[in-house]
Design a protein. Structure first.
Length: 558
């Protein structure tokens, strides 16, 4: 591992702007928000963190990329697996109960993995998505018996649930996904936590003829019959209880290739709402509060599947309730949670080849020269592997810093469509290569970066020659915890970036750690496991990261 901790200041691309014009935004503007991943555990401190020791480890006996942390309640850990939910005794790691469904052997089921995000423990029940079918289940936390199960989409259409639900007051919200592999139009479904009944639904891609967003598509409107859709919510969202608003990022349009006759418009590029966007809805009824489209007419796979953070900031001496949005295109956006007004945008990558910035009216500036003009053409896309990806960041109210997993590199993209042979469920043949030539790399690949969201300045950064897409936890005692592709779990000083504790796991970890107390004793739970390793920066000479079976490691302060 050749990672280095370094501090620097970056010229911030900051603008305090009014909300995006309604005419441009079809009703509103900017961004999305999740609860800050702040652990209130204070017994784990800078001066005792070195005393953390492994208490037990447990194999979960499945392969696949694990990203969602377990949940803890009443002496048990609740872990999402590739077949359901398992409850483990927090002291010994022994199974308390397991709820599992038969694994699907073909189709989308063959690539199924444990859902992103953590299970929800509420009112004596565990509420989680089922990886075996597009359904949400409420399981008795003590016995493992189902209380209710609600199907939210048709498995026959290829729908899956790639993330656990997002809790928003007395509802949970989930997005059926799978649009890359099947003709699915994205939508959000809200369920009552008591009985699983559907409270409301919101179409992220307009399939109803009276939906005003339908006019932003062309030449054909979204329809499962013709395989036009996308805009799916691949990740968990965020909830702001102050304004009762729930926020989600959305995926790219489908078909991804804009040259496909189902998307191509000779008169100009269509916006394709609400794809590659952040969408804010009123939790009580699912009505649209505002939205911000990062990449109109996306054809570069810039899914905005990052998790927003809700925070309180002082901006120009005024207290603001904001959503911090990390875009896959390399920007950290600061927006008003209630209105979507964009307050600042910070470019956090050396440069972009597609999304260049924001105009004075708030519209994203897209380099139209980056669009392919023929099916034989390939283009260089930077950032290509997405600056911010699936893993959630965290925010420290005490220090005013956001901690963001990220990566730098460029890729080559292209596609060859076969519309004459197209049938529902098929997709274009995509041509994509990871960064290979020297010009596609920078002096690091991944990093955990501490950013001042008001100024855009970098307080510190821990760099790595591997991609870094593992979640972050920050504590009230000013510690930051994250796992890395080099198998190490690290605890940092949240203010300085100094590494205070390291433990090397058997395999690559992309999961968000969980920090919790048991009888006043701090515990740290970390999931590890990946079905395939990721390459290292070629200049480092390192091998790919180590793949392995999903396992749970629990540490405690001795």
């Amino acid at each position: 591992m050749t990672a280095a901790c370094r501090r620097f200041r970056r010229g911030a691309f900051v603008a305090h702007l009014a909300a995006v014009a309604a005419a441009w935004a079809l009703g509103q503007a900017p961004l999305s928000s999740p609860p800050a991943r702040l652990s209130e555990t204070t017994t784990l401190q800078r001066d005792n963190v070195a005393e953390l020791q492994l208490a037990w480890a447990r194999s979960l006996a499945f392969e696949g990329r694990v990203t969602g942390p377990p949940a803890f309640a009443d002496g048990a850990l609740f872990v999402s697996t590739d077949s359901g939910i398992v409850s483990l005794d927090v002291t010994t790691g022994e199974t308390v109960w397991s709820y599992a469904e038969e694994r699907v052997t073909g189709g989308l089921g063959a690539v199924r993995r444990a859902p992103r995000g953590t299970p929800i423990v509420l009112q004596g029940r565990v509420i989680a998505s089922l990886p075996t079918r597009p359904a949400v289940a409420a399981i008795d936390a003590a016995t493992g018996e189902p209380i209710w199960i609600r199907e939210v989409a048709s498995a026959d259409a290829g729908a899956i649930l790639s993330s656990n639900p997002t809790l928003a007051g007395d509802i949970v919200v989930v997005g059926p996904t799978g649009a890359d592999l099947s003709p699915i139009a994205g939508r959000l479904v809200a369920l009552d936590v008591r009985d699983g009944s559907i409270v409301w639904e919101f179409d992220l891609v307009p399939v109803r003829e009276d939906d005003p967003a339908r006019t932003t598509w062309g030449p054909m409107a979204p329809s499962p019959s013709f395989g036009i859709g996308g805009g799916t919510a691949w990740n968990v969202g965020a909830y702001d209880a102050t304004h009762d608003i729930v926020l989600f990022g959305t995926g790219q349009p489908v078909p991804t290739d804009r040259l496909d006759p189902r998307r191509y418009e000779e008169e100009g590029v269509t916006r394709d709402l609400y794809t590659a966007s952040f969408v804010a809805l009123h939790a009580k009824d699912g009505a649209l509060a505002w939205f911000h489209q990062v990449v109109p007419g996306d054809e570069w796979e810039y899914d905005q599947h990052t998790v927003p953070i809700v925070a309180d900031l002082s901006i120009e001496d005024a207290a603001r309730r904001v959503a911090l949005l990390a875009t896959t295109t390399g920007f950290l956006l600061v927006v008003d949670v209630a209105t979507g007004e964009r307050l600042a945008d910070h470019l956090m990558v050396p440069f972009g080849t597609v999304h260049l910035g924001y105009a004075s009216d708030g519209a994203p500036i897209i380099d139209e020269a980056a669009r392919r003009t023929s099916s034989d053409e390939t283009i260089r896309v930077c950032p290509g592997a997405r600056w911010a990806s699936v893993a959630p960041g965290a925010f420290s109210p005490a220090l005013g810093l956001v901690y963001r997993p990220n990566e730098w590199s460029c890729v080559r993209r292209g596609a060859t469509s076969a519309p004459d042979e197209w049938v529902p469920g098929s997709r274009a043949l995509w041509l994509q290569s990871d960064a290979r030539s020297e010009e596609d790399f920078f002096d690091r690949w991944g990093a955990l970066t501490a950013i001042d969201p008001v100024t855009g300045e970098v307080a510190w950064e821990f760099t790595t020659p591997y991609r870094h897409d593992a979640g972050v936890v920050v504590t009230a005692s000013d510690l930051v915890i994250s796992a890395f592709a080099d198998r190490a779990v690290r605890i940092f000083d949240a203010a300085t970036g100094d590494v205070l504790w390291t433990y090397v796991l058997p395999t690559h970890s992309d999961a968000t750690p969980l920090l919790f107390d048991v009888a006043g004793v701090p515990h740290l739970a970390v999931l590890a496991g990946r079905d395939v390793g990721v390459p290292a920066l070629p200049a480092s000479g390192l091998p790919p990261s180590v793949a392995g079976t999903a396992s749970l490691f629990v540490f405690r302060l001795e």
